[in-house]
Design a binder for this molecule. Structure first.
Ligand code: 0RA
Length: 644
């Protein structure tokens, strides 16, 4: 990155809004007040330190989880300015900390935009914290100010001298605001590792100082994206030795890309804009795909490699077994879409496409052996896609011939109106049996799924249609896949038989693993089911609390405590508490009452965002070492927040 010129002074800070608004509607600023929002506070502060790195000033960041779940972020950047603010007659430090959007980030000339998605500023963190202490080392001195719920506890004070530079922000999230105050080391570590790959040369430490949980990790990457792509692809077999690395800059937009091809069949593209993961891609991804297809097509044609191929090649064929990281830095990013996970800036398509096109063509010319291997893989992909189409058509035609016979394992409902009908996908035959007894057979159908269904992230498409469970799913749902004019796979929903499809698995690690597998399947092969809002996750209760004849269910710790309070006057030993580990521990009546009855159950609707996270974690974690993956899935089991 180039160093920013243009001196920053207090006068370029614009005062916009008070912090009261943030406390009144925290969700508007940090998304939510659950565990995700809690972690968002850390990203707000760390983003500022990363900005300092991007501007060429910061080399080290330390993030500490303190014993009381406070967070401390320390960097060696320039330090927040401390000069007097002309209009407000206050120290710039106080303005940055207490005025919303005063980070100077609205002022393009004086500050590099890093976030765009986050980027609500450290003042938000201040507003949502019980206590904040900020220390600035700048121009030989150490400055300090403290705050309570956003309000200064005193003036900015000089508390010492130092030749070092930088900022230290310590904050304790407000228990009046957040539903949980407990930080997760792994969540912080995952993102900080990602940030170290995206910002090579930057050293980040994460330290847990909580009682009994003391540990420290260091994240540093010399090779940046080259190492990141290898990290993600570990556990897969590479097709070529070297990572293909591309970088360039045009019209103030930096483009950096690292690619490897493996012998697998999935495309794994992670795309970032200003260090933020863009789950829905956007113009940077379009530009990349366009160049990839164009260059390989041209190279293959010029060398006559495609001459024997009978079928046409589609865009997807160039990306089978491709793992890639795309990172662009855009001064004024525009994010689109419902979750703002898609880059909208149209000028980026051409820029990325040109940079990738030139670099890739040069790579192919200089590495004919690798080029040939990738071309062979593309030919194989095109051939396999045709085989998959045949296999699919075979399965789908068979259904038509047998009069659309439904799978034997399906206990169908009697209603034929999809709008009323629900299909429960139940883990295992035994829970499936209980669900069959407990259901309302008029509108609820049960399809038991055996154990772990095929891990579709690792399977080639035509094999999918050999899999009994998956065939059953297609026929039970009444949907079929076809290819549109551009050769992209689409799902025909005209004959969809249920408008609620409910994944019902145990509330334990294996259960969430299976849920994640099923989500990934829908995400990869039936995204239309998710985007139409037809996919749900059932939420079985975690506890049954009993006292005499009275029995109540609890879905979380808080409810359990409330029930113990109500039934047993707060004494755990005066009530009987049963912890449900699996659906199998409930009888049919209990399962109906807690998990299936529309009047009393809790269902979470799955969003594309949930499913794409499931798939993202799989793509990162589907190496061959099972234990860390299990642990991760346990802490990150994906559930939507919408209760219905
Ligand atoms: C406003 C302006 C400048 C830097 C910062 C804020 C800043 C904020 C944070 C928060 C954590 N670490 C930080 N480091 C810097 C620009 C400073 C200048 O031009 O001298």
């Amino acid at each position: 990155m180039t160093k920013q010129t243009g001196n920053y002074s207090a006068s370029s800070i614009q005062a916009l809004e008070g912090l009261e608004a943030v406390r009144r509607r925290p969700g508007m600023y940090i998304g939510s007040t659950d565990v995700k929002g809690l972690h968002h506070l850390v990203w707000e502060v760390v983003d500022n330190s990363i900005d300092e790195h991007l501007a060429g000033y910061c080399t080290h960041i330390r993030v500490n989880i303190l014993p009381d779940n406070s967070i401390q972020v320390e960097d060696n950047g320039r330090g927040i300015p401390v000069d007097m603010h002309d209009k407000l007659q206050k120290s710039a430090l106080e303005v940055v900390m207490t005025v919303l959007h005063a980070g100077g980030k609205f002022d393009k000339d004086s500050y590099k935009v890093s976030g765009g998605l986050h980027g609500v500023g450290v003042s938000c963190v201040n507003a949502l914290s019980e206590y904040v202490r900020v220390e600035v080392r700048r121009e030989g001195r150490v400055y300090m100010q403290e705050y309570q719920r956003g309000k200064p506890l005193g003036e900015v004070a000089v508390i010492g001298e130092s030749s070092a530079r930088g900022t230290t922000v310590r904050f304790r999230p407000d228990s009046e605001i957040f539903e949980t105050l407990v930080y997760q080391f792994d969540t912080l570590g995952q993102r900080l590792r990602e940030l170290s790959y995206l910002n090579s040369g930057l050293t980040i430490y994460l330290t847990d100082e909580r009682d009994g949980q003391q540990r420290e990790e260091k994240y540093f990457s010399e090779g940046g994206l080259r190492e990141f792509v290898q990290y993600i692809d570990q556990g897969r077999t590479p097709l070529t030795e070297k990572v293909i690395y591309i970088s360039g800059r045009e019209e103030q937009i930096d483009v950096e890309i690292a690619l490897v091809y493996n012998t697998g069949f999935q495309e794994n593209l992670l795309a970032y804009v200003n260090n933020i993961y863009t789950r829905d891609g956007g113009t940077h991804v379009s530009g990349f795909r366009r160049a990839l297809a164009r260059v390989f097509k041209q190279y293959g044609d010029q060398n006559g490699f495609f001459s024997k191929l009978k079928m046409e090649i589609s865009g997807e064929d160039f990306r089978e077994g491709l793992t890639g990281i795309i990172s662009v830095k855009v001064p004024e990013p525009q994010f689109k879409g419902q979750t703002k996970g898609e880059l909208g800036n149209s000028e980026v398509v051409g820029i990325v496409s040109r940079i990738v096109g030139d670099a890739l063509m040069a790579y192919l010319d200089q590495n004919p052996k690798e080029a040939r291997r990738i071309i062979d893989k593309i030919i194989l992909a095109a051939t396999a896609r045709h085989a998959a189409r045949k296999a699919r058509e075979l399965v789908q035609r068979k259904n038509v011939l047998t009069g659309g016979g439904l799978p034997g394992k399906l206990a169908d409902c009697s209603s034929k109106d999809p709008g009323d009908s629900e299909l429960f996908l139940v883990e295992g035959d035994s829970a499936g049996g209980t669900a069959k007894q407990g259901r309302n057979r008029f509108f609820q159908a049960i399809l038991p799924l055996r154990g772990k269904i095929l891990n579709v992230e690792k399977a080639i498409e035509y094999k999918i249609y050999d899999n009994e469970e998956i065939k059953n799913l297609f026929t039970a749902l009444g949907v079929h896949i076809y290819e549109d004019e551009e050769g992209e796979r689409r799902l025909n929903l005209d004959k969809l038989r249920y408008h609620k499809i409910v994944i019902m698995c145990d509330a334990d690690v294996d259960g969430s693993h299976i849920t994640t597998l099923i989500l990934t399947f829908f995400y990869r092969y039936m995204p239309e089911i998710i985007s139409n809002g037809y996919l749900y996750i059932a939420r079985p209760p975690l506890y049954l609390v009993r006292k005499g004849k009275e029995a109540r269910y609890a879905w979380n710790e808080k409810e359990r405590k409330e029930i113990v309070e109500a039934l047993g006057k707060g004494r755990e030993d005066s009530v009987h508490i049963q912890r449900y580990k699996g659906l199998g521990e409930m009888n049919a009546e209990q399962l109906w009452e807690t998990t299936m009855n529309p009047e009393t159950r809790t269902l979470s609707r799955v969003t594309i965002e949930d499913a794409s996270s499931a798939s993202y974690y799989f793509s990162i974690l589907m190496g061959d070492d099972v234990p860390p993956r299990r642990e991760f899935i346990e802490t990150h089991a994906v559930y939507a927040n919408i209760d219905i």
